[in-house]
Design a protein. Structure first.
Length: 428
């Protein structure tokens, strides 16, 4: 077999491959063995017919087609391995010449990973942000804990700021109920800002048993496009008013929150956790920005197939996230100022996809440069950790027996180790 390689671009290559007579004869033998399974010849058991007899009792055109397929598959695989070319999609094959039993010439065009020239990855400008914690960082957390321990008492008076009320309500636009605008026995803290402007304020001054209407208008930037800047009416029934009495912030309160003997101990523990979380966030941001800076410092042609894969992935993730929040893509696009889906894909999704691909290429090259690998022990430990995490879901847990899943996990570990090493090299 003879192979000639021609580079069409940084991401495209075409191989011209010539298969000789000996290789075609071998491909034909493989074809005959495969076709012999279904050949019936008097005097022979099915599947035990000699290949010379098989050749005389099958359609010659079918034999040629099977031989050609075998020869192409084997030659493509061997040629790309021999030339050390890694295709990232199935090569496009075009037969130029095929003389059964004599010669085969064809081309195989494929998308490949471009060569990446790394910049000086040990002297990047990105710096790790200093983590600072002040006493007031604990205030909001303590306030939420205080709310959780609040005593709620039903009162026979008008609702005021800070009360928790129980309501039924029905929202209508132009006299017609709209989705998400109806609830029964809904608990709402007045002043929490859960509802659109005017709703909570409209409950203030009413007592349990009151029924009233609120004429309101949705904000212009409301996420549901069909309701944004629209006038609506809410019919509300106030069923109960509960007064919240917050506990005093003393040593007794601290003891309710955990193994603390004083408010000072509680505050110190909260600040410790806040600092640890800020440190984790800072480290992740530092790593992300390092990878971003490294990717920004390379110029490389991106394989379109990889970019399109990421575009689909980002779009799918967005659709799922919006659905989880009860939103639709059109509402998000309108709120963000995109004219339509194509505008969003062009301005937000594709640039993000290109950044992902670029980062992936530069990290793959860096892992080779740094000779980073994953040991069998590391991979086994990670698989076992994930298996235990997903142990309750038998179907998901079973996926960890799949070799392809093992490779994906190994690649993720290599990426994580590469980023960690990059951070270490730029922390001196």
């Amino acid at each position: 077999m003879k192979t000639t390689v021609k580079k069409l671009s940084e991401t495209k290559v075409v191989l011209t491959i010539v298969v000789d007579r000996t290789e075609l004869e071998a491909a034909e033998q493989i074809a005959l063995k495969k076709m012999s399974r279904d050949v019936k010849v008097p005097g022979f058991r099915k599947g035990h017919v000699p290949l010379s007899v098989v050749a005389k009792n099958i359609n010659p055109n079918a034999l040629q087609e099977e031989t050609l397929d075998n020869a192409l598959s084997k030659a493509v695989a061997e040629a790309f391995v021999r030339e050390k070319i890694q295709a990232i999609e199935r090569p496009e094959v075009e037969v130029k010449k095929f003389v059964p039993g004599d010669t085969l010439e064809f081309t195989a065009q494929a998308t490949i990973l471009p060569a990446v020239k790394l910049p000086d990855y040990q002297k990047l400008k990105t710096k790790r942000a200093e983590v600072k914690v002040v006493d007031t960082d604990a205030d909001d957390i303590i306030s939420r804990m205080q709310e959780n321990f609040a005593e709620k008492t039903k009162v026979d008076r008008a609702a005021k700021e800070g009360d928790e009320v129980v309501i039924d309500f029905i929202g209508k636009k132009d006299g017609v109920e709209f989705d998400g605008g109806k609830a029964e026995d809904y608990s709402l803290k007045i002043g929490s800002g859960q509802f659109i402007p005017g709703f909570e304020e409209g409950i203030v001054g009413h007592k349990a048993g009151d029924k009233f209407d609120l004429e309101l208008k949705f904000p212009k930037d409301y996420h549901a496009k069909e309701l944004a800047d629209q006038k609506v009416s809410f019919s509300v029934e106030l069923k109960a008013v509960n007064e919240s009495k917050l506990p005093e912030l003393n040593d007794e309160f601290a003891a309710k929150c955990g193994p603390f003997t004083s408010m000072d101990d509680l505050r110190k523990d909260i600040l410790r956790e806040v600092k640890e979380q800020k440190s984790r966030d800072s480290e992740e941001k530092f790593k992300d920005e390092l990878v971003g800076e490294l990717a920004d410092n390379i110029r490389v042609e991106l394989p379109e197939i990889l970019v399109e894969d990421q575009v689909r992935s980002i779009e799918q993730d967005m659709q799922q996230n919006l659905a989880y929040r009860g939103l639709e893509l059109d509402s998000y696009l309108s709120a963000q100022g995109f004219s339509d889906k194509d505008d969003w894909l062009a301005k937000e999704v594709r640039p993000a996809a290109e950044r992902r691909v670029k980062a992936g290429l530069v990290l793959a090259e860096l892992s080779k440069e740094l000779k980073i690998d994953v040991s069998h022990e590391e991979l086994s430990a990670q698989i076992e950790t994930m298996r235990q995490y997903y142990g309750k879901d038998a179907k998901t847990a079973k996926q960890f027996d799949n070799p392809d899943v093992h490779r994906d996990i190994a690649n993720r570990l290599i990426t994580d180790k590469t980023i960690a090493k990059l951070a270490e090299l730029n922390s001196k």
